[in-house]
Write a new protein. Structure first.
Length: 145
């Protein structure tokens, strides 16, 4: 059996709910039900724009090497300046790959910590302490602040 209930919010909050629901391609009622079923407003969003910039930089560096290769192939030899350019470009590629790896692992760790913090806060806020005492939740929340 379904039961209908009403919630009164100010216009500003309602507009905010409408905007969020629209972004999620949901009706406001559907979005509110979704929140109620989840019992928290913890949401994870991953933005890969920074990683894509790293990849573009690596592709540009690879293109530099590719532009020299036909000259080497035609002449059958490599000039000192070309060898230096290739070595510099390969070093830059290696550094960029390492930077990308460090960035991704750091962001992943930060993301996990942020999600844990939000979840522990939500659990404590909504008193979902059946499996954990409030003392444990407080310790976990402090750990991930």
């Amino acid at each position: 059996m379904k039961v209908r209930f009403q919630v009164w919010v100010d216009e500003e909050k309602y507009e905010e709910l409408k905007e969020i629901a629209k972004e999620k391609d949901m009706a406001v009622s559907e979005y509110v039900r979704d929140l109620l079923y989840k019992k928290s407003d913890v949401e994870l969003t991953i933005d890969f724009a920074d990683v894509y910039r790293y990849v573009e930089t690596i592709e540009d560096l690879k293109q530099k090497i590719s532009s020299i290769l036909p000259s080497i192939f035609r002449s059958g030899r490599i000039y000192e300046q070309e060898a230096v350019l290739i070595k510099q470009t390969l070093t830059q590629i290696s550094e960029k790959v390492n930077d990308t790896w460090r960035y991704v692992t750091t962001m992943r760790a930060d993301m996990y910590d942020d999600v844990r913090k939000k979840l522990y806060h939500s659990v404590k806020q909504h008193s979902y302490s059946k499996r954990h005492t409030k003392e444990k939740l407080t310790k976990l929340e402090e750990k991930y602040k």
